[in-house]
Design a protein. Sequence first.
Lengths: 96, 201
Amino acid sequence: MNRMQRNDNVGNARNCMDRLDLLRAIDFAIQETVLYLDAYPHSQEALTYYHQLIKQREEIMTHYEQSCGPITMYGNRSKTSWDWISEPWPWEPSAN
Amino acid sequence: MWTYEKKLQYPVKIKNPNPKLAQVIISQLGGPDGELAASMRYLHQRYSMPYREVTGILTDVGTEELAHLEMVAAILYQLTRNLSEQEIEGSPFATYFVDHTTGLYPVAASGVPFDMKYVGVKGDVIADLNEDLAAEQKARVTYDNILRLTDDPDVRDPIKYLRQRELVHYQRFGDALRIAQDNLDSKNFYAFNPSFDRKTK
């Protein structure tokens, strides 16, 4: 069952795409902050920002994985189906 | 995309440096049946796989191979720490040292730099999975040969772990080949069916 089939209306599938965009955005912000912190490990300002982002990510990630499928091999939330392989692969047009 | 986890899959703690041994183990970094070739092979084959189970196995084994690449690197790093000039001079490691000092550059034990020629991607599920089964066995033999060349328990322990993983991957690729063959046309008992000509399910 893929993400499109599971959500029996287009609105919910759209919702997963929107959540994925949100996850990508927060992950990009974390990536940039981490690169900065690697170079400037004593920046308290950057470290505070990092913690804000991590907190937001946890929430976004939980919502995404619960309703749209796993992002990592540790994130298959379903107790009854192995969604890790049934969801579209990231290079498939339907995953983007 | 990938993210990095700051831990080895299995610990590496080597007390005694041994550049001569590093010079042979480096083949599992950049040699024909090494971990870099393994990872590149599986992670590039997965795009043309018509079955989701097989794509999953290639993704997850290919990712685990990157963890093995790091373990081999950790073994090499620890075997080449704090070397004196005397330990390098006259050792087979000297020819590597002159070009790379103690930096980790993926080469085969023979000194040939890593080459994507070690990696087969045919775009055909049967051809590629048979390549993978052979690759796991070849890597297992390389680890067997390394074990024949050292008595050091600190080195043997993580090498034995890596060898065992080759056996497990061989089993999973065997499952993958069975899944692929179960999906072939029932009249096609010679196991051809070019992926290129088939509609993906």
